[in-house]
Design a protein around this ligand. Structure first.
Ligand code: HEM
Length: 195
């Protein structure tokens, strides 16, 4: 059996350690949580569930978490929404958002603006089902340094009725774990324009 010399062994171990670190960072929840965590009807829940950010009860923090946007949407057209924290003391922040119609079906497609948000893709470790493609948006690793995020939402051409946006947000202490963070939920209803 060929004996591996010390420097080769050192090199192999360094590569292994770096790839573990890279994978852990890549798969870390702080880079964007799993899908179905907005608190919307039919979702798994929010960020504030057992084994996750449940140091404090939901919406028990003093920050203001909100979704703002236009009063109405036009079927087939794009609107801009802003998800934001006000009066928060956290070092890091995150969010996840979806939109449902009056029957609680996912509706429309989200689009990220810049690199601080990402539309969750099906079939990665976040567990989004193929049929829900485009219906969930959340922060990215660089986005967890922000306290507010602007995103786009495209209303389906055949949209009718009021759409409700659901978001869960994390006002986090930056300790690199899921402890000591305040979780919030909020909603925004937008109706079709009277055109
Ligand atoms: C929309 C929901 C969620 C948001 C916005 C969110 C956001 C974040 C943020 C900003 C951090 C960094 C915290 C810090 O350093 O203080 C973090 C870390 C973490 N979160 Fe969440 N999270 C969510 C849901 C979840 C859920 C459901 C779980 C459990 C399944 C989870 C598990 C973790 C863990 C283990 C960490 C620490 C290490 C890491 O970065 O992976 N999170 N999350």
């Amino acid at each position: 059996m060929k004996i591996i010399n010390k420097s080769t062994l050192g090199f192999v171990l360094t590569i292994a350690a770096l790839s573990c670190l890279f994978t852990k960072t890549l798969l870390a929840w702080s880079t964007g949580p799993e899908a179905y965590r907005t608190g919307a009807p039919g979702d798994k829940g929010t960020c504030n569930d057992s084994g996750c950010h449940n140091s404090f009860s939901l919406n028990s923090g003093s920050a203001k978490f909100s979704i703002t946007g236009p009063a109405s949407y036009t079927p087939g057209k794009t609107i801009k929404l802003k998800v934001s924290f006000g009066g928060s003391s956290g070092k890091l922040h995150g969010f996840e958002m979806t939109a449902v119609d009056a029957d609680n079906n996912h509706v429309g497609k989200f689009k990220a603006i810049g690199k601080i948000t990402q539309v969750i893709k099906p079939n990665d470790y976040r567990g989004l089902k193929k049929e829900d493609k485009g219906t969930y948006i959340e922060h990215t690793l660089s986005g967890n340094k922000k306290k507010s995020w602007k995103v786009k939402w495209i209303a389906p051409a055949n949209a009718t009725g009021t759409v409700t946006f659901y978001a869960a947000g994390n006002d986090a202490n930056g300790n690199g774990t899921y402890t000591g963070d305040y979780i919030y939920t909020t909603t925004l209803e937008i109706s079709p324009s009277e055109e």
